[in-house]
Design a protein around this ligand. Structure first.
Ligand SMILES: C[S@@+](CC[C@H](N)C(=O)[O-])C[C@H]1O[C@@H](n2cnc3c(N)ncnc32)[C@H](O)[C@@H]1O
Length: 326
């Protein structure tokens, strides 16, 4: 198996999302026609533009830090200050996807733009699989939230099982599916606990060619099943490995908000795919600042450098077939 550590990956395909600037522990972003300022504890540098340019339709004001928050470096509390003109939700696009953005109490807007780098990587693998096997690969998206990875994979030709513990998250994924006019796409939506569902699929001898995992630090299944990444991720990964078919295509793991380097995710997947061939890559999913208005070329001479902000660690394995592409 080929292995590559410490890659920094970004998506260059967004039209409706931009990281306009960052600094002073905040980031300034555009989501379609609306601009937002959110806390960004990693932005320990100076903004490229002046404060008067940071005109936003929404600002997230962090809450007071609790004892644990201080240890983790950021608080969970706080809330949005939103302009009265801002609608409760609005439509954005990514390639052929259409979906809703809306400010949530968790500082984000209902999706994670840095994940687009994974969506494109999965789509290439799905197309290569379909061209070779003349059938769609089965992809399981655990912790699938508002569904953009599921919709993107289905649009590329996969048969998708979309699972999340939260009914509300699954309802948002339905909303996004309808917005993409993908009501007839082969996507099965399931509200369940990730580990319970994987156990059940193993008992039923079901198999998948690809698994996407984006687990939170803490969570609850619909019957109150407790999820804590430090305790439950390794056993779940081992079960996911058993769930892969003999034509295994991919596994992608993203980890937000725990104190670990991407090497932890790397070696966890390296154990699983030992002796399988294919390639394993790990590193950080990052957002990259867009060029400033007066800087046309990507690397404008003398222009302000475009900084990257790491948002999550990842590790991803793909088979030799997926790497060959279509
Ligand atoms: C970080 S979000 C995933 C983001 C998503 N992959 C995306 O890119 O939009 C974590 C999701 O895990 C779900 N979750 C939490 N505990 C769970 C559990 N035990 N089983 C399944 N899903 C769970 C939450 O409801 C939430 O939607």
């Amino acid at each position: 198996m080929r292995q590559r550590h410490l890659s920094l990956i970004t998506s260059s395909q967004w039209q409706d999302y931009e990281l306009l600037d960052s600094g002073n522990l905040r980031k300034f972003e555009r989501f379609g026609p609306h601009r937002f300022i959110r806390p960004e504890p990693q932005a320990m540098w100076h903004p490229r533009t002046e404060a008067k340019e940071w005109q936003a339709d929404g600002i997230f004001i962090p809450g007071k830090l609790g004892k644990n928050d201080q240890e983790e470096g950021e608080g969970e509390g706080g809330g949005w200050q939103l302009s009265e003109q801002l609608p409760p939700s609005w439509q954005l696009r990514y390639q052929s996807l259409r979906f809703l953005a809306r400010p949530t109490p968790f500082r984000h807007l209902g999706f994670f733009p840095e994940q687009a780098a994974h969506w494109d990587w999965c789509a290439n693998a799905v197309k290569a699989f379909t061209a070779y096997h003349k059938r769609p690969p089965r992809i399981l998206n655990l912790f699938a939230y508002s569904g953009l990875a599921s919709l993107h994979a289905a649009d590329a030709g996969a048969e998708v099982t979309h699972l999340d513990a939260s009914k509300k998250a699954v309802a948002q994924a339905f909303e996004n599916r309808d917005m993409c006019a993908m009501q007839h796409a082969p996507i099965r939506f399931i509200t369940d606990d990730a580990t319970s569902f994987v156990d059940r699929e193993l008992r039923r001898k079901k198999r998948y060619e690809g698994i996407i995992l984006d687990p939170p630090k803490y969570g609850r299944g619909p019957k109150g099943e407790f999820w804590r990444i430090e305790n439950h991720l390794t056993p779940l990964l081992q079960k996911c490995r058993q769930l892969l078919s003999k034509d295994a295509l991919l596994m992608v793991l993203t980890i937000y908000a725990i104190r670990a380097s991407s090497l932890a995710a790397h070696y966890a997947l390296a154990d699983l795919f030992d002796g399988m061939g294919g390639s394993l890559e790990s590193g950080e999913l990052a957002l990259e600042e867009s060029p400033l208005a007066h800087e046309e070329p990507k690397f404008a001479e003398g222009g302000a450098p475009k900084r990257l902000i790491s948002q999550a660690n990842f590790a991803r394995w793909q088979s030799d077939l997926a790497m060959r592409g279509v």
